[in-house]
Ligand binder design. Structure first.
Ligand SMILES: Cc1ncc(COP(=O)(O)O)c(C=O)c1O
Length: 463
């Protein structure tokens, strides 16, 4: 692929960006010297910056979003056609792509039945929290307003979703937070708590949730909100035994199970949804990033019919329904894009490909683990992969964040973009995160591993 870099120079894109754009998750001081990176083109697995550099994007748009890859004209065409026909009307009324997409989505989610549209993962989770809170008032006389979240999980950037964040450094300086969000312990076996039963860690970790429930009072807790596989918190899959016990606990204490599929949804881990690996039956599922692969802003809060029904049967018809609106939940571009996105995943067998390439990638990374003692753990499912870096394999002491940043910097210099736990935890920002598009090929995975190999060799030289 070629283009004329002078096009961007003449538009003064980089200067205008540096002068006026406030970037996300970024300290701007260094841009005064280096200038910000401006991405100008994407195709398949690759993006190009305004200087003409090509990169293999191993994190699907930096934040695990572009599941079907860049440059999908079929999605762009569907969005264009829909916008010309009917671009917007509030979701107080229906629209054609929302109805079609809802049906297609629900077909992949046995047990679920209603789709509520909004625009971001945070917003989808906020809707879920509001649903839980309103049920507490309607059904439980104002009790059961508490929502449990897990250490190391992340659910968004708004004040309420940060209140439900198990990532200390993401929350730091943004309080005070919303009351009635209560943390339960993480389930990362590699970082098992000191008093854990290591012989049956999955069940032990789930039982820690029950302990919190009993301490708080089950009659105060409305929902448990969990990522199916913790993503930005270090790519953590719960060990065997965890999910059946979680399901049992929710049933026993009449607690709704809310699964946050914002990262894992739409094929990332090799099934349509992450929870489907574990036979979990959720009450609420939220999703965003991969729903339309970033071709339009869309998120969904999906519920069972039983949850939905609670908003119909009410003595007070004036206040009993879900009194919530998201203006841009009525944009038709989102569901129009999401519909074609799902068709691509089906037609190109991308679920199978994600499983297959993910397995290959983890195999190659485990080979690297043999070579470099700094690699403490390789984990994940499908094309969601984490590599935990440690100073010492025996003690599992984490490397400094700067070491992970140096590995990422070398990869970038070699034309490969990787991710990492980013200012999330105290002293545990030591995990490289990978989430390449579901269209990944073996050659892409080989290029990614070669870049990591070079980078780790360089960073550990003389260590
Ligand atoms: C698991 C999870 N939930 C929710 C969110 C928030 O999504 P958004 O940034 O679209 O608000 C994220 C974002 O990274 C996430 O990883």
């Amino acid at each position: 692929m070629t283009y004329d870099v002078n096009d961007f120079d003449s538009l003064d894109v980089v200067n205008n960006d540096r002068d006026h754009v406030w970037h996300h998750l970024a300290q701007h001081k260094p841009f005064e010297q280096t200038g910000p990176m401006v991405i100008v083109k994407g195709e398949g697995m690759r993006v190009w910056d305004s200087k003409g550099n090509e990169y293999l994007d191993a994190v699907s748009g930096a934040v695990w979003t572009v599941n079907v890859g860049y440059g999908r004209t079929e999605i762009a065409d569907a969005v264009r056609d829909q916008l010309v026909e009917m671009n917007y009307f509030a979701q107080t009324a229906g629209n054609v792509p929302a109805a079609k997409f809802s049906k297609k989505l629900i077909d992949k989610m046995p047990g679920m039945n209603r789709v509520y549209f909004s625009n971001s993962g945070s917003e989808a989770n906020e809707k879920a929290f509001k649903i839980v809170r309103q049920i507490a008032h309607k059904k439980y006389g104002g009790k059961k307003t508490k929502i449990l979240y897990r250490d190391r999980d992340y659910h968004g950037t708004t004040i309420a979703t940060l209140s439900a964040s198990g990532q200390y450094e993401r929350r730091n300086q943004y309080g005070p937070f919303v009351p009635d969000f209560v943390e339960v312990p993480h389930c990362c076996e590699y970082r098992a708590q000191e008093d854990a039963d290591k012989s049956n860690y999955g069940v032990w970790a789930a039982n820690q949730i029950e302990k919190v429930i009993l301490a708080e009072g089950a009659d105060t807790i409305g929902a448990l909100c969990l990522e199916p596989i913790t993503a930005g918190g270090g790519v953590i899959e719960a060990p065997a035994g965890y999910w059946p016990r979680v399901q049992e606990i929710c049933k026993q204490y009449d607690i709704l199970l809310h699964i946050d599929e914002v990262v894992c949804g739409l094929g990332r881990t090799g099934t349509w949804f992450g929870y489907q690996h574990y036979g979990v039956k959720p009450d609420i599922v939220t999703m965003a990033k991969g729903v339309a692969s970033g071709y339009a802003a869309i998120s969904c809060t999906v519920t069972t019919e039983a949850v939905f029904e609670m908003f119909k049967e009410d003595e007070d018809p004036r206040m009993g329904y879900f009194r919530d609106i998201s203006t841009f939940g009525g944009c038709t571009a989102g569901p129009a894009a999401a519909l074609v996105n799902m068709e691509i995943i089906e037609n190109e067998n991308l679920l199978e490909n994600a499983s297959h390439q993910g397995e290959y990638l983890r195999g190659r990374l485990n080979d690297l683990k043999e070579k470099y003692p700094i690699i403490g753990d390789v984990r994940g499912k499908g094309l969601l992969v984490g590599i935990e870096l440690v100073k010492d394999r025996a003690t599992r002491e984490p490397v400094e964040e700067e070491t992970v940043m140096a590995v990422a910097g070398h990869c970038m210099a070699n034309g490969v973009i990787i991710g990492r736990t980013n200012r999330s935890f105290k002293a545990l920002n030591n995990t490289i995160c990978l989430a390449p598009a579901l269209i990944s090929t073996k050659a892409d995975m080989d290029q990614l591993v070669a870049a990591l190999d070079d980078a780790i060799a360089e960073v550990t030289r003389g260590m």
